[in-house]
Ligand binder design. Structure first.
Ligand code: GLN
Length: 494
């Protein structure tokens, strides 16, 4: 099947941007097989995995879905790629995404839109019947949903693993911020970017997380050890093993041991009816099985979305300044046409002679970045400018703290909630070209963003199909560094 994919014949959903070449695949499969035969196999030997194209990989292009990096081949592997390779995983290719992870539909990239595998195009009406895969890790979600690979890697800054997982009907797990190294992940908003996994089931997610959760302090200063979060626990600093603890919980823990919280602030008017009903069904089912469910309040939830879009764009405007045509990827050559509308002097002229350095920067960025990315760089630059900083950036930081404190209150206050249950997204997948209004698209992230602002682990589990035959999911959120408990709850409910 790898080879079919490799020839491009199976890439009709546009899930991959690049593929490992046949020879290398053959060699890796052979080596895995040999290790199996000798009984010296590694944990992920022979397992095909897709990796989102914003994780640096030295044998494969890493485009971030952008023209500005269209031919960029990094000289090193990201920590995630390195750990996968060390365990024998076969990275079959790099998955398609929204440009620089900015988006919720995987339609904004330079390499075309990802198509949701649940689309059922009718012959005469095909274009109109295609659904988006969600984003920005839409390629990773669609690749697992259509069985091109057993699991995939994504990144989640504001929902980019969980929302496409929900749209495509797979499990999407974003661990606590800091547990998986960001080294080699091309930054969008560094204080929010979180690598994670997309799989068919919770067991696979646990297995893969166990490979990837590894302290990497020398490469990523925000990297953390997986230790106990429980302050009353004497073994506070003891290193933990997520898979072991997950398995122990499967053996000894019961749904009756968990307190589930339902945040009423997530009941928004935009919520689709099927999803609301699913949310209710899950609550009923948990109560039937003896789990305790209580209503809770996270009062600052409504401010999370605007705060996120200020913070994320501010960080992006700074992070993306390195793409200047000098150090990486694409550089504007004199004589080329600028097709952008917003750069330089705004004209579309062809420069023939005497292009200066500043001109080169401008034309490179004008041509190299897409519209959404440029919009966000401008917004972020504005928010960080001296005259706006206090009014926008500082305020957004304060909101971030309030949102975190809301969660802390629910998890560590009197209620002692273990798991919050919410929808993952307000609706099932929408059709390609349906939601063109950016505000409407931003609203899509309303349920996923708060846990990014607070650095909490959160996952999306697919539970059934909507009336329109599209997957729908719920999201589970737990306290920081209780990722093992979250896996257990996800397993119990799924
Ligand atoms: N849709 C959100 C955004 O565009 C989240 C993206 C992400 O998590 N990378 O910023």
């Amino acid at each position: 099947k790898f080879k079919e994919i490799n020839k491009g014949s199976v890439n009709h959903l546009n899930t991959f941007i690049s593929f490992e070449d046949d020879k290398s695949l053959d060699r890796q499969i052979r080596e895995s097989q040999e290790r199996y035969d000798k009984g010296t196999n590694k944990r992920l030997d022979g397992i095909p995995i897709g990796v989102k194209d914003n994780f640096s990989s030295k044998s494969l292009k890493t485009t971030c879905g952008s023209k500005i990096l269209e031919n960029y081949i990094p000289s090193f592997d990201s920590t995630v790629v390195k750990l996968l390779k060390e365990e024998g995983a076969i990275i079959i290719g790099k998955t398609n995404m929204d440009e620089f992870s900015m988006g919720s539909s995987s339609t904004s990239g330079n390499f075309g839109s990802v198509i949701n595998p649940w689309s059922k195009p009718s012959l005469n009406n095909s274009e109109k019947e295609l659904y988006v895969a969600g984003g920005s890790s839409g390629g990773s979600a669609a690749a697992v949903a259509s069985n091109y690979c057993v699991a995939s890697i994504g990144s989640d800054t504001g929902g980019s693993i969980r929302q496409p997982s929900s749209y495509c009907g797979v499990v999407g797990f974003k661990p606590s911020y800091g547990l998986i190294s960001r080294f080699g992940l091309i930054s969008y908003a560094s204080s929010l970017d979180t690598p994670g996994v997309l799989t068919n089931n919770v067991e696979d997610a646990a297995e893969l997380l166990d490979v990837l959760i590894k302290k990497d302090q020398e490469n990523d200063s925000t990297s953390l050890e997986f230790i106990n979060n429980n302050k009353n626990n004497n073994n506070n600093n003891e290193k933990r093993n997520i898979l072991k603890e997950f398995n122990e919980k499967l053996k000894f823990k019961n749904i009756k041991d968990l307190v589930f919280g339902i945040p009423k602030d997530y009941l928004i008017k935009e919520l689709d009816e099927d999803i609301l009903n699913l949310w209710k069904e899950v609550v009923e089912e948990i109560e039937k099985r003896g789990g305790k469910v209580i209503p809770v309040s996270l009062p600052h939830t409504r401010y999370a979305l605007p705060a996120y879009y200020l913070l994320a764009t501010s960080e992006a405007s700074s992070n993306l300044s390195r793409f200047d045509g000098v150090r990486y990827g694409y550089r504007y050559e004199s004589g080329e046409n600028t097709n952008g509308s917003s750069g330089g002097d705004g004209s579309n002229e062809t420069i023939k002679v005497g292009m200066g350095l500043k001109d080169m920067y401008t034309k490179t960025r004008t041509n190299g970045f897409g519209e959404e990315v440029k919009k966000r760089i401008i917004l972020g630059t504005m928010a960080l400018s001296r005259s706006s900083y206090d009014n926008f950036y500082t305020k957004a930081q304060k909101i971030r703290r309030l949102v975190s404190d809301d969660f802390k209150q629910v998890f560590e206050g009197e209620e002692k909630v273990d798991i919050l249950i919410t929808p993952t997204a307000p609706s099932p997948a929408f059709k390609q070209n349906e939601k063109m209004d950016p505000i409407e698209v931003y609203i899509n992230d309303i349920m996923t963003i708060p846990s990014n602002l607070a650095g909490l682990p959160a996952c999306s589990i697919p539970l059934k199909l909507s009336k329109s035959n599209l997957p729908i999911s719920v999201q589970l959120i737990s306290n920081r560094l209780t990722d093992d408990n979250l896996l257990f709850a996800a397993h119990t409910i799924m």
